[in-house]
Design a protein around this ligand. Structure first.
Ligand code: SF4
Length: 239
């Protein structure tokens, strides 16, 4: 049932966001992992500035590993939580150097999803969502990352019944149709920013109104006056 409902929702959202590509570009896995780490608790636009600052002011990951911590913190200060994020980046790079000798995650192309989760979860600051994004956006695996937007929308639509993004991730991985996880994830991110916003969702202008199980949708539909605004920049499509 949910499987068919998801197919219908994907069709509707593809009309709402006609430019969305069905598959990723498959950028470098270490770039994607660190870009996702930078995007925690901030917008994609500011985390992209931080990512570009690292590349322009410090250089490649070898230079980042050698750079004084203060230099890395300054480069990424714009995206917030600079202390935690710089410590996580340094810890990851140090770990790769010690365990693998190379600052690269290309060896993961030969590992299973489970092996990748198990290995990367050992690093501080790297969680399930960050790893799922790397799997989907870089390695092209059929994985459905769940961030706060995706968690909120899946629950309002009645596709998941879960209190946390991690629990939504566990429920959704069984019901999103094969080969559609990347597409559905990116469509929901854009939809969650533009229409199904956290505060004051624009239910009166929502193309998914009839599919939605959110108990307050009528309340918000009567109060919808703002025009939806596009905010389609996804950092992982640009690194
Ligand atoms: S009707 Fe409202 S709550 Fe439901 S999906 Fe649309 S915007 Fe979100």
């Amino acid at each position: 049932m949910n499987n068919r409902k998801i197919e219908e929702i994907i069709c509707i959202l593809q009309k709402e966001f006609p430019g969305q590509k069905p598959a990723p570009r498959k950028a470098d896995p270490l770039d994607i992992l660190i870009a996702t780490l930078l995007s925690q608790n901030t917008t994609d636009k500011t985390s992209y500035i931080a990512f570009r600052n690292i590349k322009d002011e410090i250089g490649g990951w070898e230079e980042v590993l050698k750079a004084p911590p203060a230099k890395l913190k300054n480069a990424i200060r714009v995206c917030g939580l600079a202390n935690q994020k710089s410590a996580a980046i340094k810890g990851l790079l140090r770990g790769l150097r010690e365990k693998r000798g190379k600052l690269s995650l290309n060896y993961m192309k030969k590992l299973t999803d489970e092996e990748i989760f198990s290995e990367l979860l050992q690093y501080n600051g790297i969680g399930v969502k960050t790893i799922a994004c790397m799997l989907a956006f870089s390695l092209g695996r059929d994985v459905f990352p769940v961030d706060t937007h995706v968690h909120r929308v899946c629950n309002r639509l009645g596709l998941a019944k879960a209190a946390t993004p991690l629990k939504t991730f566990e429920q959704m991985k069984h019901i999103v149709p094969e080969g559609k996880k990347f597409l559905f994830h990116t469509l929901l991110i854009k939809f969650g920013r533009k229409i199904c916003r956290s505060a004051a969702p624009l239910c009166g202008k929502c193309p998914l109104y009839d599919h939605c199980e959110f108990p307050e949708k009528e309340y918000y539909a009567e109060r919808t006056s703002a025009e939806p605004k596009e905010n389609n920049f996804i950092i992982l499509e640009h690194v």
